[in-house]
Design a protein around this ligand. Structure first.
Ligand SMILES: [Zn+2]
Ligand SMILES: [Zn+2]
Length: 337
């Protein structure tokens, strides 16, 4: 099969690669669409990411396709099913897995990171990783199930109450998924802070009530102008120290702060415990997608989310190198192997 194989930082080769061979409870997926994630860019750059990578390996952990083969022990998945896969799989026997926290498993297997993934014609996963998506859903939308499931875990950590005012910092793909999930979680008002003003129209389409350019106005200016009492929840979706700081600064008393963006491992921000105390802040974060893929798949299948609009670049497998140059500046990059 044709595959994009990662060899070492900066080196991905599109080449012939052996077809995956399935056995036992494994499922063979004909990959129809595979999203390029910030994690793929991190690995390509040789930066430290969420999990270890052992090249040569086929990257791509956000993919969807059609089932073309099932091992003899597969029970529920059928050939022809439209599916996506949870890339993350715990060992099942360590203390973390036994507590139901497989995302903290020290031996976590991640399809497309620690093992071959979706930047190829075929991918294989275990049946437990497979989630069905309604046939009517375009594959490029189905391929966004994994990032959506990560956002879903994040939104739950952020503890939005009905009527809350939510500030989403960053109007990229993740930010605009968060906007939609914040509304579904009951937010009354959602504000997006995004310096690239041409992204504001899409943010509004995704449900942002207000968009600000942080280089021209602060969330404080906006809420004063609109008579909004305060920001109950702030969600950082950029992954920079200064925007993490902003998330702490702009949230009101009793607020919740979600650090969702991935910063460099050595990034630091000053936090004054007195401010945390005075504002009675809850500062939280979220790591990958424990037990949220099923609901993410159901949400996508419902057709209620704006997803295709978030995709800015559609590339063939042969054009995958472009993705690592564009780096998702305009939105989600999708590969069609
Ligand atoms: Zn990802
Ligand atoms: Zn484990």
């Amino acid at each position: 099969m044709k595959a994009a194989v990662f060899y070492e930082p900066g080196v991905i080769k599109v080449r012939e690669w052996p077809d995956p061979v399935i056995s036992g409870d494994e499922v063979l997926i004909r990959v129809m669409a595979a999203g390029v994630c910030g994690t793929d860019l991190h690995i390509f750059d040789g930066a430290e990411g969420a999990s270890e990578c052992y090249p040569p390996v086929i990257l791509g952990h956000e993919f969807a396709g059609i089932v073309e083969g099932t091992g003899p022990d597969v029970k529920h998945v059928r050939i022809g099913d439209h599916v996506t896969a949870d890339p993350n799989r715990g060992c099942g026997v360590c203390p973390e897995c036994q507590r139901g926290r497989y995302h903290f498993c020290p031996d976590m297997f991640a399809t497309g990171v620690t093992g071959d993934g979706g930047f190829a014609r075929y991918a294989k996963v275990r049946e437990e990783q497979v989630y069905k998506i309604a046939d009517a859903v375009p594959f490029e939308e189905a391929a966004m199930c994994e990032p959506l499931s990560c956002c879903l875990h994040g939104i739950e950590q952020a503890k939005i109450s009905p009527g809350d005012t939510v500030l989403v910092i960053g109007g990229g793909t993740i930010g605009l998924l968060m906007v939609q999930l914040a509304h579904l979680a009951g937010a009354g008002t959602v504000i997006v802070s995004e310096p690239v003003e041409k992204k504001h129209a899409l943010a509004r389409k995704a449900g942002a009530d207000y968009c600000i350019n942080p280089e021209k106005a602060t969330p404080f200016d906006l809420i004063a102008e609109k008579g909004i009492p305060g920001i109950d929840v702030s969600i950082e979706c950029v992954g920079r120290a200064d925007t993490m700081q902003d998330a702490l600064t702009y949230v009101s008393r009793g607020g919740h702060v979600l650090f969702f963006g991935l910063t460099p491992p050595d990034a630091e921000i000053p936090v004054r415990p007195f401010d945390v105390f005075r504002k009675e802040l809850t500062i939280t974060s979220s790591f990958v997608n424990p037990h949220t893929m099923g609901r993410a798949a159901a949400l996508i299948s419902s057709g209620k989310l704006i997803l295709s609009d978030l995709i800015s670049d559609r590339l063939s497998l042969d054009e995958i190198h472009q993705a690592f140059k564009i780096r998702g500046k305009n939105g989600k990059m999708m590969i069609f192997p």
